[in-house]
Every structure is written in structure tokens, then in C-alpha cells.
Design a protein around this ligand. Structure first.
Ligand SMILES: *Cc1c(COP(=O)(O)O)cnc(C)c1O
Length: 372
């Protein structure tokens, strides 16, 4: 009777989209052209137009590579320091480490969970080369003060926009706000492929040129190796799928925002719940709907018993991950990030989630607090 509500599920929210995706895949199969062809080129142009500023889009194999390439393209290298929020996903940290640079963690804002200029400024040293704000959960960071700080110290700004496709900041799109940006098209992202994919975005022609060569072994022209590059290409099949889905991105984000407004309304004033806060000027596309409570583990268990799947983004802040022990951070270094890791719970929110399902989630949470 009470069917399972998955944390995330691909649903036919846009009538006909599933068929358009299948047709896109078939079109590529029949074209017999699978790497760096028309579909990738068209997607890059269409996504640039969507981002609606003079930017170049360069498709990559995944979001991690897009971060690595964006960092390299703006000139971050070995022994440079890059400031990143201590509550991001490990991909952000690993990208910085991958190029031999040093990730320097900064405390996120306790209300928006995003990196702020104030927290970043405290971490600036003579070695700092770049700031890497992450538009976490789909809310854009307050970029104006971050860009001012960067200008003051001659730092580069690279946006991690992997969770923020279509999110706006003061009327501008996430991904157009810094020197370069990285997107991921991992299937569950707001714009997701049927496999891995990513993109580097930049308004600086030199950054885009570098990315275009670097992703394809350093070639602009076939068999002319201008730089030592790698293989990280978005493939034709994924590009064709992304083109179909891009047409509906705004509509899907609007539905995410509508579902979020229902949660925000119905979960207000319940127990000790802290709901997402959206700062003025900062758009939110709710890649993740995160709630916070001291009773997180008990609530998660309760919801599981009621057939409602949840997730935690993220259970361990990066400065306490075993892999980064050599960076010599310890417990207590970032109390806000540590508290977020202990109190955060992500509840189901995706286009196609039904009103009945959302009511069940709300009812189960309310009942948990009535019994508490
Ligand atoms: C998903 C994600 C990435 C990495 O993207 P992949 O395509 O999985 O490599 C990077 N940063 C953040 C914040 C992400 O959510």
C-alpha cells in the first residue's frame, strides 16, 4: 500500500521527453559518428546560448575533468593554493590535488552553506592563486564580494557549477560568473546525461582554446600536438541527449522550485528543523533539498521505515576525510562544516515527484516530531 519513495528517480515529468532522448540516441547510432561531431558542437553552442553571455562551452568527459581543465586553463599549477569550501564534494578537492595544487579549506556560511568572501579572505596567503566557490545544492554563491576579493589579491575565480545548471545570480547564469566554470552532466544532476559528461565554460577565449585542445590530446588540428593534453571528450551520444534535455531544463528547475516551496511551506515550524535559506540575489535550483535537525539519524531511520529514501550530503566534511590527512586538518577546524555533516538530511525532490508522495514525506516528518 505504502509504496517506496526513492530519493531520486528518473521520471517522465516532461511528456514525450523520454521518446526524444531515445530518438537522439538512435540518431547518433545511425549517423555512425561518435566522437567530436555535430552533436557535441551543437550542444556546446546551445548551452552557451542558454547561459546567455559571451561564453564558450567545451564539452568534457565528466565534471571532475572539467574542474581539472578549468584550473589548468586559468593557470593554476603545482604548489599554488586554491581556496575551497570545507563542505563540498570530494571531486572539488581531488581536482585541485590532481594538478599538484594545495586545497585550502574555508568555512561555509551557516545559512546558505556556501563559501563567502569573508571566509575565503581569512585563508588568503601569498601562495593563493584561485578561489573555487561551489554553488552547493543548486544555490549560487554571493559572487560579487568573492570577485572583489579576487580582484584585490589578483586571484582567479573558478566556479564549481556541477549542482547549479540554470541557477541565477543577480540575473546572470551560474557558470558565467568567474574566469572559468565546470559543469557535470552526471545522470542525477539537474542537466544529466545517460552516463558521464561535463563542460568547461569561460568567457575568456584563451581559456576555452586551452580546454578545447587539452581535452583532445592537445590537438586543435588533427595530428598537431600543441600541448600535452588528455582524452576527456564529451561523446556524441551524450551531447545528443543533453541537447534534448537542455530544452526543458528551465521547466524542470521551475518544478523543483515549486516542490521546494511546498516543503518550505509545510515543514515550517516543525520541531528543530532548519530549512534551506536562499540569500537575496542568489538563485536556487534545488539540486538537493537539504533539511537539518539534531535528530538526523533517527529521522532518517524513521523515514526509511516509512518507505522514504533519503541521502546525506555529505556525512563527512572533506577536511576530516582519511584521504586528506596529509593536509593536517583536524576535528574542530571548521565547526560549521562539521555541524552540517552531522545534521543534514536530503529528502526526495525531483521533477515527477507526485503531490501524494510529497504529502507522505511531509506527513512522515511531522509524525516523527509528534512522537519525539
Ligand atoms: C557531481 C559533482 C562534481 C563531479 O562531477 P562528475 O561528473 O561526477 O565528475 C564536482 N563537484 C560537485 C560539487 C559535484 O556535485
Amino acid at each position: 500500500m505504502n509504496h517506496h519513495i526513492p530519493f531520486i528517480q528518473f521520471r517522465d515529468y516532461i511528456p514525450g521527453l523520454q521518446q526524444q532522448i531515445e530518438e537522439a540516441v538512435l540518431r547518433v547510432v545511425q549517423s555512425k559518428h561518435f566522437i567530436l561531431g555535430q552533436e557535441v558542437q551543437r550542444f556546446e553552442n546551445e548551452f552557451a546560448t542558454f547561459l546567455s553571455r559571451e561564453v564558450n562551452v567545451v564539452g568534457t568527459g565528466n565534471g571532475f575533468d572539467a574542474l581539472v581543465i578549468a584550473l589548468k586553463a586559468v593557470g593554476v599549477g603545482a604548489s599554488d593554493e586554491v581556496i575551497i569550501p570545507s563542505n563540498s564534494y570530494m571531486a572539488t578537492v581531488n581536482a585541485v590535488l590532481h594538478i599538484g595544487a594545495r586545497p585550502v579549506f574555508a568555512e561555509p556560511d551557516v545559512y546558505t552553506y556556501n563559501l563567502t568572501a569573508g571566509a575565503a579572505e581569512a585563508m588568503v596567503t601569498s601562495q593563493t592563486k584561485a578561489i573555487l566557490p561551489v554553488h552547493l545544492y543548486g544555490q549560487t554563491c554571493d559572487m560579487a564580494p568573492i570577485k572583489q576579493l579576487a580582484a584585490k589579491h589578483h586571484l582567479k575565480v573558478i566556479e564549481d557549477a556541477a549542482q547549479a545548471h540554470g541557477a541565477q545570480y543577480r540575473g546572470m547564469q551560474a557558470g558565467t560568473l568567474g574566469d572559468a566554470a565546470a559543469f557535470s552532466f552526471y545522470p542525477t544532476k539537474n542537466l544529466g546525461a545517460l552516463g558521464d559528461g561535463g563542460a568547461v565554460v569561460s568567457g575568456l577565449p584563451a581559456v576555452a582554446d586551452f580546454a578545447r585542445k587539452y581535452r583532445n590530446y592537445g590537438q586543435q588540428q588533427k595530428y598537431v600536438g600543441e600541448i600535452v593534453g588528455v582524452n576527456s571528450r564529451l561523446d556524441e551520444m551524450q551531447a545528443a541527449v543533453l541537447r534534448a534535455k537542455l530544452e526543458h531544463l528551465d521547466e524542470c528547475n521551475t518544478e523543483r522550485q515549486r516542490l521546494a516551496s511546498v516543503y518550505l511551506q509545510e515543514l515550517r515550524h516543525i520541531g528543530d528543523l532548519i530549512l534551506p535559506y536562499t540569500a537575496p540575489g542568489c538563485g536556487h535550483v534545488y539540486h538537493i533539498f537539504n533539511i537539518r535537525t539534531k535528530h538526523r539519524d533517527a529521522l532518517q531511520q524513521w523515514l526509511a521505515e516509512h518507505g522514504i529514501e533519503t541521502d546525506i550530503h555529505y556525512p563527512v566534511p572533506v577536511h576530516l576525510q582519511p584521504a586528506y590527512r596529509f593536509l593536517q586538518y583536524t576535528k574542530g577546524d571548521f565547526p560549521v562544516a562539521e555541524e552540517l555533516a552531522q545534521t543534514s538530511l536530503s529528502i526526495p525532490l525531483y521533477p515527477g515527484l507526485t503531490a501524494q508522495e510529497q504529502e507522505r514525506v511531509i506527513a512522515a516528518i511531522s509524525k516523527f516530531y509528534r512522537k519525539l
